[in-house]
Design a protein. Sequence first.
Length: 431
Amino acid sequence: GGQCFSTNKKSSLVGFRDALFQGLAPDGGLYLPENIPILWDKLKYKDLSYPELAFEILHPYVDGEIPKLSLADICQNAFSFIVHVNKIKKDHYILELFHGPTLAFKDFAARFMARSMEYFLDNNSKELTVLVATSGDTGSAVASGFHNVDGIRVVILYPKGRVTPIQERQLTSLGDNITALEIDGSFDDCQLIVKMAFQDKDLNESIHLSSANSINIARLLPQSVYYFWAHKQISRNEPIIVSVPSGNFGNLTGGLLAKKMGLPIEKFIASTNKNDVVPEYLDSGKFQPRPSVRTLSNAMDVGDPSNLSRIQKLHNYDMKNIRNNIMGIAYTDDETIDSISKIFSENQIILDPHTAVGYAGLLDYKKEFNSMNPGVVLSTAHPAKFIESVEPAIGEKISIPKRLQHFIGREMQKIEMSNRMSDVKEFLLTA
Ligand SMILES: *Cc1c(COP(=O)(O)O)cnc(C)c1O
């Protein structure tokens, strides 16, 4: 089966199961697969449904740990929604990754992870507590993905007053095995508490803790699959150009893995908002993490993207290599709004602010390099999730899909808490 190594190189190799439950390697590094098989040649002409394609791509990484039939079930269950490729005009495509239950691309990873964990836990296992800090989308995808999964309780930490009203409803209204803690602090405080929980000896002796944050390899692997899907749907021979609206760079790193698996990709465009440490790094060669600033594309407000060490490792730490493969471009909020308006008036397509950043990146790349190859923008969220900024940009009302509407009137169940680790710890030990 597939073994994973840590980017810090000090921990030993582990299988998929251990990497899944550990999240971060003991040496503080991130896991990556030791062997990345070339799969494209074999998959290119096969007519497969999305779950079948996911099975073919994920199987080598879990071989020997999850039997084929169980993996096929996991894929059928996890990827049970459509993944549409929308052709906007010649050589411009939008890969719609927002048709899952929470209308953001994080559903792919969260649903695969929940079902993989469920597979490994048996009736004798101690209950698993999955902790997750969220600024919005991750928490709702994790809550929905793990809802009613046996043997797992999920505890979500979110910053008071910093998530949108719909996001808060998505986090707090499921109940059952999902508990939402409204932390009187920032997202950084939430993330710090989660980190401290993992280092807390008593806590780890008393309860079985795991995390669902974006560093988990089980979140990365399923994010390779839709790059293959897009290429197959476009069904042309030339390498594709992909623009990825990025924050923590998990989505883009999924694409890098796909390319290593043989998928023909001419270029990755790392499209960001003003949190532009990666475009800056590509430009200057210096990586200077800093506190994030708030923008309209808030799921990309990340000042210290954790997947950079994976990106560097996947290019053998060679800056020239990285620059050949990835181009970075950053956009202001004003440019994001312009991008939404322009695409709406030219193509009657409504994009959310994250996707709009990605679309701007594709247009600028095509202009600069005059490339005729098919360009794909990863559309990471449904515009209705960001109605506050999208409606004024297009000057029209947008309709809210049933799946979102259904959250609007629901009762919230949340526990208010300070930003002190000791309070969260007491809750985890006694609840
Ligand atoms: C999380 C998120 C992103 C950023 O993805 P990364 O993998 O963190 O780069 C972009 N758009 C939306 C809507 C998201 O929820």
